[in-house]
Write a protein that binds this ligand. Sequence first.
Ligand code: PMP
Length: 454
Amino acid sequence: MDHLAEADRRHVLHPATSIGAHQEHGPDIIESGEGAWLIDGQGRRLFDAVGGLWCVQVGYGRPELADAMAASARRLGYYHTFGGASNPEQARLAERLAALAPKRLNRVFFGSGGSDANDTLVKIVWQYHALRGEPGRTKIIARKQAYHGTGVATASLTGLTSFHRQFNLPLPGFLHTTAPHYWRQGRPGEGEAAFVQRLVQDLEALIEAEGAESIGAFIAEPIMGAGGVIPPPEGYFPAIQRVLRRHGILMIADEVVTGYGRTGAWFASDHFDIQPDLMASAKGLTSGYFPMSAAFLSDAVFEVLREGDKTLGNFAHGYTYSGHPVGAATALANLDLIEREGLVDNAREVGAYLHSILAERLGDHPHVAEIRGLGLLAGVQLVQDKASRQAFSPEAKIAAKVAGAARRRGVIVRPLPSVDSLALSPPLIVTRADMDRVVEAIGGALGEVLAASD
Ligand code: PMP
């Protein structure tokens, strides 16, 4: 192990990493990136079909972003935004985002990442209801298999048990209803429309059991990401939103993965008829080049907070890096590139091609049960036995092994071990030929790993 790898091994606690494996094998150092390609510590080129962690919309090594960051850092490397302080980049970015976001979401609060965006929204939900004379509306309903972050509140929103069990979470008041995954949760003989009806009934039953007057908000990723890349069944969000409205419960869309063109629209709420009162975004906002989040509020929610200011005083929430000028400059340059290069359209068109070749080339594979997603966001469901839907045993670590075999073929895909799935979320600059390469690598990896397991 060279000096840097050894330094990393000795001193870094890595996120979402087996400590034992890191101690034994050392880190996986990535040296540089260009377009959709990464160069590792051995000088090997790897095609990144995950876009980092679902975030590098414009690809790696873009001089436009590096130049915008450098120019902005030279002009004003930092200043806070507390007490009404601002900077030109923040003001410009907020105006631009209000024009892009689903209508009614015209106010934006800046932070540093997806977790803090959702944490901000939970606090706004509490404040909103308290100001309207319903301080008891503190509970938040999320879904099983959801991913909303790893802060104390946001890991509680997350519905993956691996993020709970080591940390005495979820906190009380963070509830989880059924995941809208028809393939896994649907019952034999139950049509998709009946499944949606059952999800609505599950939600109603939870609201009734807890008391609607105790519930502040419902939070959902338009397409679940880390929980398996799960798009909603037809009609799901309109039906859910009818229930929420009837009970005075706010709707939070978590667009941290799905925002900024990923699904072939600026925001996936636009695809599924989601009318959020609040919305979280991060990742693709800066293509990951700067840690930045944008949490959106509807005009109606903002008005309640504005009124409340008369009695409460300051909006007592914010971060040192809220509205960071270098982050905002990065986001503006990133949005310029997405627009100028037509990357939202490219995500839609190349994404449709990706889904068609996944279906054509892997759909009949005996261990591929379902191919899901939209635009340049895709999930491949692996299964031991297709007919009975018998899962692989967790000890077999099939998804991780397939991802490992794909990587040996020069392509990075993301294993989602808790749901035996592979996730794809490549930069939005990719071509059809790139997608051919990715699907070929997955096919080869499946052949290698699953032939060994049969
Ligand atoms: N929400 C969703 C849907 C996410 O996928 C993630 C991160 N993968 C987050 C929130 C949390 O974002 P961060 O890691 O930037 O805190």
